[in-house]
Design a binder for this molecule. Structure first.
Ligand code: ATP
Ligand code: MG
Length: 251
């Protein structure tokens, strides 16, 4: 299964969800590949030293695997590999413009890797451009993190429209895996109201699991660790573990 984590709104917890969900699956003994498609490279830097990154998702999209595994890096977590991003990925849209297979690049390039992993998780940038479209075309499922804030639902129409467009032609099998409320602050009335508003829109698509605000989740990437080793007893660790169980029960 290939899960794209997408929302063109910035800072809603895409990367935090990608890295910790990937780690949660690896901890359960699955072979997981985390693919960083954001030129900001936040997922990559959460596990790798940027100086060690030579090849990246840019090379995958341009040249494919080229018969080598140089694009795939091991992380310190057993079972979790990563194809990192570099800032060069920002150039890819210009490079692919006008290419007849532009939206299908990623799907085609990932094909040989599908059998090697149980789970592919794709972190996407905060745009609805060609990179995110490539992720949605390559994915079997899309997980939408929504930040619990006053502006939570702004822009979700555009995202849902893009998902529908992708479903009508390039990827009819794409499914919305679920909507995840992130950065939730249980103490405020506003947060509770926002949660109810999101639920009114997405109903059963909402994950029961809610990711609350936790400093631990913010800190762990700086130590190149997932939440499970960095703060195993934190709320973030139990919430992302619960999300992993919910994902499994949905598919
Ligand atoms: P971008 O659109 O820029 O890629 P994003 O959607 O990937 O952003 P993140 O990078 O995951 O969002 O999160 C934005 C910021 O909020 C980061 O500093 C991250 O550490 C922090 N953050 C994410 N989730 C939580 C949480 N549950 N509690 C506290 N901080 C969080
Ligand atoms: Mg991100």
């Amino acid at each position: 299964m290939v899960i794209a984590i997408a929302n063109q709104k910035g800072g809603v917890g895409k990367t935090t969800t990608a890295i910790n969900l990937a780690a949660a699956f690896a901890r359960r003994g699955q072979r997981v590949l985390l693919l960083d498609l954001d030129p900001q490279a936040n997922s990559s830097i959460s596990f790798l030293d940027p100086d060690t990154i030579e090849f990246s998702a840019y090379d995958l999209l341009m040249d494919g695997l080229g018969g080598s595994n140089q694009i795939i890096y091991k992380t310190s977590l057993s079972g979790l590999d990563i194809i990192p991003a570099r800032i060069s990925l920002a150039k890819i849209e210009a490079k692919l413009v006008g290419d007849f297979d532009a939206p299908f690049r990623l799907k085609d390039r990932l094909e040989p890797l599908r059998a090697l992993y149980d789970m592919l998780i794709i972190d996407t940038p905060p745009t609805l451009g060609l990179i995110t479209v490539n992720a949605l075309v390559a994915a079997t499922h899309v997980l939408i993190p929504i930040q619990s804030s006053f502006f939570a639902l702004e822009g979700t129409d555009d995202l849902l429209e893009t998902i529908e467009k992708v479903k009508t032609r390039p990827n009819p099998n794409l499914q919305v895996l679920g909507v995840l409320v992130t950065l939730h602050d249980k103490r405020t009335t506003l947060a509770r109201e926002v949660y109810e508003r999101i639920r009114a829109v997405f109903g059963p698509k909402m994950f029961e699991t809610v990711i609350t605000k936790s400093v631990r989740l913010e800190e762990s990437p700086a130590y190149k660790e997932s939440i499970f080793t960095f703060a195993p007893n934190s709320s973030g660790a139990s919430e992302y573990a619960k999300l992993c169980e919910e994902v499994i029960s949905r598919v």
